[in-house]
Design a protein around this ligand. Sequence first.
Ligand SMILES: [Zn+2]
Length: 259
Amino acid sequence: MQLFDSHTHLNDPQLWNQVDYYLQQAQKYNVQELAVVGSDAQLNQRALTLAKQHSQIHAVIGWHPEAAAFFNLSQQKQLVEDIQSPKVVAIGEIGLDYYWEQNPEPRVQQKAFIEQLEIAQQYHLPVNIHTREAWADTYQILRRHPVAAGMVMHSFNGSLAWLDKFLALGCYVSFSGVVSFKNATAVQLAAQNVPLQRLLLETDAPYLAPEPQRGKLNQPAYTYFVAQAVANYRVLPLNIVAQHTFKNACEVYQIHDKN
Ligand SMILES: [Zn+2]
């Protein structure tokens, strides 16, 4: 069995100093491939550095809505330069987050989001999308600026109605440890209804540690527990969930399956 953590932050200050330890742990839990995701200049550079040092790490770089105000022309040029690296497999995490009041205003977030969708389209890269309290705007923007290489909705927590709409756009849908939380019934329902061909798993470590590790610092190894939760809710063997989600992640990130 092999698992793919399609969205993780080993570049985060909480994990960054013990990357070798976390990679060993990942190995123990059959997490063979990882996409380390950046969100601003520093975290993007760290994601790239890690990807260059470790064959199983792939970099996803881009500007998170929280950092959208800093995504200026020189940062755009830097991003276009950085995505030329063969270790960059997607642009992300990008999107909209209307939850936090301190975030840039929607107009600023939307501009950075659209600019990065256009870069992804131009350079034939998929995108990894963060959306919070912004379903309608995220959907409208993706509808007008689709990315042919692939779109991944990360840590999906929307309703079945939104799930259907994003699936109809061709999106992949990724589930984090939230799916294992007892009260997250809407997320569990979504996880049951994503076609196996569009399903991905992630930890979003160091955040959102799944049951039975909830409350602890999350790490890529715990993709195993996310897979287990999804397998339980879908009433499928764990290895089937692992097999499909691994294949899907390799497909969208265009990584050759090392089987
Ligand atoms: Zn994340």
